[in-house]
Design a binder for this molecule. Structure first.
Ligand SMILES: C[S@@+](CC[C@H](N)C(=O)[O-])C[C@H]1O[C@@H](n2cnc3c(N)ncnc32)[C@H](O)[C@@H]1O
Ligand code: SF4
Length: 373
């Protein structure tokens, strides 16, 4: 079983917190699509022999693609892969793109297996959206989800960001209440991170934007966990919540260490032996693919790196890390390191290590303390 991820490297407007790879000039979109079709051809052996379980268009902003663009890409994929085995086909979409016309057009892709939308709501309040420099307002956010539901897509996830200095706790609870009222089966929610070299980081440094307060973000993470539990959502990964049976298959497969092929600028691929990542530059990507060259960097994974990745990702999930599956010296090292961790932060049961709610606040530090070398 394997997944295919396609990175669409364009956005209408730069959200000030974002450090994913994208360009706000869409002039090269046609050339990009042509290069992508060629990349599909050039990488066709990467997942040789694998059944394709998931297809994910992420970004950037996939909803900037026209239906014709989608059709070209899917046709090409179909010429190389058997997509009849797809269980989940997700498109990330921004609310400002989801007009009735666009949503109707996207319905056509149901015939190719499209069965899930990921909508970047971030907040249902205008002051937060303005702080983040989002291209949509709160009304458009609500309307976009309803439009997608009315078009017959029930399997929707929305992204919400907390810890924005414009948002107090009451306001965060209200945001969550609006999300629950929409009756979507999946919600991803992240603490606002101030990434280096983003406009947000510059603005905060120059005192042009309010700084982010870690204590506020922590309090809102606690509210998030409580509210989700109360509303029947399971926290199956630190930032991902689903109604029973509605967890994201594509993303979960990353955490289970399954193979995936990433296409498009900056996309990552994994085949259990190495990780590789495409050049994060549209022009370089297009130019090299036009010359039949795949431009990527690659890292062969050492046994220790593989163990550490399992610790890092597994600890964030409800499935945890099965430490008894590791070879004895590794198991012993992890058990020894566990003694340094606050006992209220984890549970070790039947050889599987998971984090408690308290532990989830320190997931990265706990993982780092358990790493082997
Ligand atoms: C790369 S974006 C793609 C989705 C789509 N382009 C959108 O913005 O609606 C995936 C999600 O990551 C989250 N995200 C990206 N950068 C973040 C940051 N610095 N802090 C918190 N969340 C972030 C946002 O919730 C965003 O929707
Ligand atoms: S959050 Fe989404 S829309 Fe905003 S810049 Fe990043 S990828 Fe683009």
């Amino acid at each position: 079983m394997a997944g295919i991820y396609i990175h669409i490297p364009f956005c209408r407007q730069a959200c000030n917190y974002c450090n994913f790879y994208f360009s706000v000039s869409t002039g090269n979109k046609e050339k990009f699509v042509a290069a992508l079709l060629k990349e599909i051809e050039l990488t066709k052996n990467y997942l040789a022999g694998e059944t394709i379980e998931t297809l994910y268009f992420g970004g950037g902003t996939p909803s900037l693609l026209t239906i014709e663009d989608f059709r070209l890409i899917i046709d090409k994929l179909q010429s190389v892969y058997d997509l009849s085995t797809l269980q989940e086909f997700t498109v990330e979409a921004n609310p400002d793109d989801l007009t009735s016309k666009k949503v109707n057009a996207l319905k056509e892709l149901q015939a190719f297996g499209l069965n899930r939308f990921s909508i970047g709501i971030q907040s249902f309040f205008d002051e937060d959206l303005k702080y983040m420099n989002r291209a949509h307002n709160s009304e458009e956010g609500l309307a976009s989800v309803k439009r997608v539901q009315d078009a017959g897509f029930a399997n929707i996830t929305i992204d919400l960001i907390y810890g924005t200095p414009t948002m107090n706790d009451k306001h965060w609870r209200e945001n969550l209440a609006r999300a629950f009222a929409l009756n979507v089966p999946h919600i991803s929610s992240y603490a606002l991170t101030v990434e280096p070299k983003t406009n947000l980081e510059r603005k905060i440094r120059n005192k042009k934007a309010l700084p982010v307060n870690e204590a506020q973000a922590a309090a809102q993470f606690r509210i998030l966990m409580e509210e989700m539990r109360e509303h029947g959502f399971e926290q199956y990964e630190i930032s991902n919540f689903a109604r029973p049976g509605k967890h994201a298959i594509h993303n979960s497969n990353y955490w289970f260490g399954k193979k995936y092929l990433g296409l498009g600028p900056s996309a990552h691929s994994y085949n259990t032996i190495s990780r590789r990542w495409n050049v994060a530059n549209n022009l370089n990507y297009i130019e090299s693919i036009n010359n039949n060259i795949l431009r990527y960097e690659e890292e062969l994974l050492t046994p220790a790196q593989k163990v550490n990745e399992q610790i890092m990702t597994g600890l964030r999930t409800k499935w945890g890390v099965s430490i008894t599956n590791f070879q004895l010296p590794i198991f012993n090292a992890i058990e020894k390191n566990l003694k340094q961790i606050d006992a209220s932060h984890y549970v070790l049961k039947d050889g599987v290590l998971t984090l408690t709610d308290e532990g989830k606040f320190f997931a990265d530090a706990i993982a780092a303390a358990l790493f082997v070398d």
